[in-house]
Design a protein around this ligand. Structure first.
Ligand SMILES: Cc1cc2nc3c(=O)[nH]c(=O)nc-3n(C[C@H](O)[C@H](O)[C@H](O)COP(=O)(O)O)c2cc1C
Length: 365
């Protein structure tokens, strides 16, 4: 392979633009080292917080599949099925900050050319919580992390001052991004929820307050399915379930729409694209809508024999990107990044059979 896959993104040098998203593939030193050995350009750690975390007393993630024969979505193992989505209700990391810090230091020292982005989360609405964001940020930067991703998008938080619950509040976004930007001197990435019609406004507030990039999408709020015969949800504890997050292939088109919305409203703002990437075709689609960096979770978790870090997947992504660049004579993804922007238009700007249509408004005489 002669093509150069390096990219500069938010001022950081990536050996390739593919990174593991904040999730189980990046929950431990062991997995992160394995991921770097396999060739990932960077990782976003599983989100680190200061508040107590205890997960449900049952499976935290299921993989839903579908088939051509009987295309219902189910985690049930059936012949000839393909992946549809992941569904999870996992909370943020239950590993304490004090355990993370020496691990992060060792990871960065072992792989100085790979980007380590620490995902962090605290609450909102008080100086104490702002201080918590800043404490987390300062400590992970002190052990060598290259950037920080603020998790304002976890879809299953009870606390109303955390995760996706705060991602529509532009004042809160400005306060947190502003405080963390002042506290540390590394790029601040802000991960937003797709579960809002005003994601471009939320992104604007984050960019204004100093965010170096928007990471989008976290998972979509969703429920697992109920089996009509047993009346059990496909994942439940004592018959109960709650809203969790959908990831994987099923969210790809919606994720692209969120990326496009942000890119159209803020053409100069950096975007790290996430949601349903399984190979180069999906990554390509994020890039044409403006993403300069790609994050992957479900596809890596689903790869058998890789310990859930996508060993074959990263090789394929790199090979297929190199092949594409070579065949099209591109020197980097910058050559085709954002090329779809002007082709996403308002509904009424798409040609009709007659000239009379006025977007549903009556034409004035
Ligand atoms: C089991 C699981 C745990 C996750 N935990 C986190 C987390 O701690 N912090 C975070 O920002 N996103 C978390 N995510 C969301 C992923 O980082 C990613 O945004 C989402 O899964 C969409 O990407 P995908 O379609 O490639 O899976 C989690 C996803 C899964 C499936």
């Amino acid at each position: 392979m002669t093509v150069d896959l390096t990219t500069k993104f938010t001022g950081l040098d990536f050996v390739n633009p593919f990174i593991l998203a904040s999730a189980p593939p990046t929950e431990s030193k062991r997995k992160i080292l394995r991921a770097f050995e396999a060739g990932w350009g960077g990782i976003v750690t599983k989100t680190i917080g200061l508040h107590p975390v205890e997960n449900v007393a049952g499976p935290k993630t299921i993989y839903q599949r579908t088939s051509e024969e009987k295309p219902y979505v189910s985690r049930m193992k059936r012949a000839d099925t393909v992946s549809h989505s992941s569904w999870n209700w996992e909370l943020i990391s239950d590993q304490a900050l004090e355990i993370w810090l020496p691990d992060l230091k060792e990871i960065k020292e072992t792989y100085p050319d790979r980007m380590v982005i620490a995902s962090i989360m605290a609450g909102a609405g008080s100086q104490e919580e702002l201080d918590n964001w800043c404490k987390l940020a300062k400590e992970v930067v002190a052990v060598g992390c290259d950037a920080i991703e603020l998790n304002m998008s976890c879809p299953h938080m009870d606390r109303k001052d955390m995760g996706a619950n705060i991602a529509n509040d532009e004042e809160i976004i400005r306060d947190i991004v502003g405080a963390v930007t002042k506290a540390v001197d590394v790029p601040i990435w802000v991960k937003l929820t797709p579960a809002t019609s005003t994601v471009a406004d939320a992104a604007g507030a984050a960019y204004d307050a100093g965010a170096a990039c928007i990471s989008i999408c976290n998972t979509f709020p969703s429920l697992p399915l109920m089996d009509p015969e047993t009346l059990k949800f496909e994942v439940e504890v004592d018959g109960l379930v709650t809203s969790g997050g959908l990831g994987g292939l099923a969210i790809l088109p919606q994720a692209l729409q969120r990326v496009s919305d942000i890119n159209k409203a803020h053409p100069d703002g950096a975007i790290s694209g996430i949601g349903g990437i399984r190979g180069f075709r999906e990554a390509f689609n994020f890039i044409v809508h403006g993403a300069g960096n790609l994050q992957i979770c479900t596809a890596a978790m689903e790869e058998k024999g890789s310990g859930g870090v996508g060993v074959k997947l990263i090789q394929e992504l790199k090979d297929d990107l190199a092949d594409y660049l070579e065949r099209h004579g591109h020197s980097s993804i910058e050559d085709f990044r954002g090329i779809a922007r002007d082709r996403i238009v308002e509904h009424s700007q798409v040609r009709r059979k007659s000239d009379d249509y006025n977007g549903g408004y009556a034409k004035s005489a």
